[in-house]
Design a protein around this ligand. Sequence first.
Ligand code: GDP
Length: 203
Amino acid sequence: MNPADLARRFRRAAFLMSTPDHTKLPGDAGAEVAFAGRSNAGKSSAINAICDQGGLARTSKTPGRTQHLVAFALSETERLIDLPGYGYARVPMAVKQAWHALIDRYVRERQSLKGIVVVSDIRHALTDFDRQMLEYCQFRGLRCVLLLSKSDKLNRGPAMEVRRKVLAEIAELGVPTTAVVFSAQGKSGVDEARAAVAALLDG
Ligand code: GDP
């Protein structure tokens, strides 16, 4: 698919629902790709840039909904799921456990889940959170797209070096991964990210 067609495909994204219970998500058929990221990694900005809609991922930041799964429809059969951001160490243990339980159930049971997009600040990749998400991919045999976000904060040389290093680490896990150097702010890597997410959806 050419970049213009890909852009059209993602621009169609529309909010479907927000729920703390994965069994309440729309029917488990078709294809779904989930976005994961540590709080502040740039996940909302990445979803908005990929879908070319400024306010799309705002719902997941609404107080009371920070532990929700947020579903967006791309078509009748394709969805993007915004997983709750993983908070900082300050978050109470009970909240962390609830987060783990929610992600665990969703990733284990959701048959339409085709792959996971892990958004990681290029200056901090890989974090323990990212490694944990890669382990989920390994466990379920899912493919991963790693968005190395906020790449405008690094020069091209160091950015490519981070990409090389993280791919070498991931190769050891055996999870098929595409790493994209990405900046929502600089709008760079957006076409590449769309192509990588579309490849997950298309299987
Ligand atoms: P989330 O918590 O993972 O959803 O992260 P957000 O998308 O809300 O972004 C967290 C912070 O990082 C915000 O202050 C954003 O403005 C900033 N941010 C997000 N993407 C970029 C980017 O591409 N470049 C830079 N420099 N900052 C970014």
